[in-house]
Write a protein that binds this ligand. Sequence first.
Ligand SMILES: Nc1ncnc2c1ncn2[C@@H]1O[C@H](COP(=O)(O)OP(=O)(O)O)[C@@H](O)[C@H]1O
Ligand SMILES: CSC[C@H]1O[C@H](OP(=O)(O)O)[C@H](O)[C@@H]1O
Length: 389
Amino acid sequence: MYEPLTEQKAIALAVRLGLFGKDALLSCKEIGDGNLNLVFRIVNERTNDSIIIKQALPYAKVVGESWPLTLKRATIESQALRTFASYVPQYVPKVYYSDESLAITVMEDLSHLQIARRGFIEGKTFPNISEHIGEFIAKTAFYTSDFGMNQQQKKKLAQQFTNPELCKITEDLVLTDPFFDHDTNNFEAELRADVEQLWQDDALKRETAKLKRRFLTKADVLLHGDLHTGSIFASDDETKVIDPEFAFYGPIGFDLGQFFANLLLNALARDERDRKPLFHHIEKTWDVFIRTFSELWRESNEPYATVSGVLHDVLRDALTEAIGFAGCEVIRRTIGLAHVADVDELPLERRLDVKRHALRLGRELIVQREQLPIHAIKQLVQQTVHVNS
Ligand SMILES: Nc1ncnc2c1ncn2[C@@H]1O[C@H](COP(=O)(O)OP(=O)(O)O)[C@@H](O)[C@H]1O
Ligand SMILES: CSC[C@H]1O[C@H](OP(=O)(O)O)[C@H](O)[C@@H]1O
């Protein structure tokens, strides 16, 4: 039966499940720094072997028991990791065990890598992250789409990944609340005039409504659903995607957009001269995505896949959505409930500047999404940062 683990109980569980040898000397630390779950790292002090036990709480950790949240998210997460592993095992942690009633996933310990957000804040460049994430998104998207999978099986998979509670969090916190005077919003008093201007911007809200509708209705591909740089472990050579508890069938450009947005937030928080690696990653991710997706397209059994222009239309949609959802993510991380350390750790005056830049950039990404080629994003950053100078 479900009960929240403590460090001692996590060790007892690891022993009960026989996850270590008989004479193991186990230590455990709760290392979760995310918004929602507990994460225990258990180490055999004799051999240095280690595992991670991630457990969902029946509420959102960041808010507390007043925000109940389904335990089913743990099952979605372990199933998504296993599904992704069937296409791109090199980019996800191995799942050793999962238990629906305990809401746990036991997985590979990735502590030899660094969470990409923290690395980018420290100025690291992670030279291969865009190659890897571009391939991760292209392969998982293609193979779970109607172009890469039996269309009847796809419907069953989409059913398995129906994730209403977690989708609702995104619908509210990413796609709605920041655009209205909602009590989940959280921003500095000095930004009130800028934020009120955004709330009164009906042209922006009309475009955001279109994006929200896509998110609500377009069951296109299996998405990670929360692919920010805090959900990616990286080193110079390796990249691993974690935390797919928001996985669901949604619009093809959504994961790309979340990733782009979090690279952009890091870029905005840096001095201008240091932004180049982030723009490079955005463009490279897109290049790898279209190259990989287009190669896989040749395998498609869908009769329309051979019709000239159809691939172009799918990729065009992906880019438009990616840019639009990136704009939503940039805005919500600036004034919504859940922020990013890249910006929040800046001193106040600099933070306010960066947040004003982020609000302008987010807006332009949303309203201009249908006209922007990928390489125009860096110019847009430049324009939105220098709007008054
Ligand atoms: N497989 C893993 N190996 C090592 N550390 C991990 C692993 N999974 C999670 N963590 C640690 O736990 C933290 C929170 O994990 P995450 O899955 O993002 O939780 P949440 O769902 O609460 O956001 C990560 O930032 C990382 O430090
Ligand atoms: C109350 S959930 C807020 C926010 O947290 C999730 O991120 P993570 O679990 O990676 O910390 C997700 O982005 C939600 O929008």
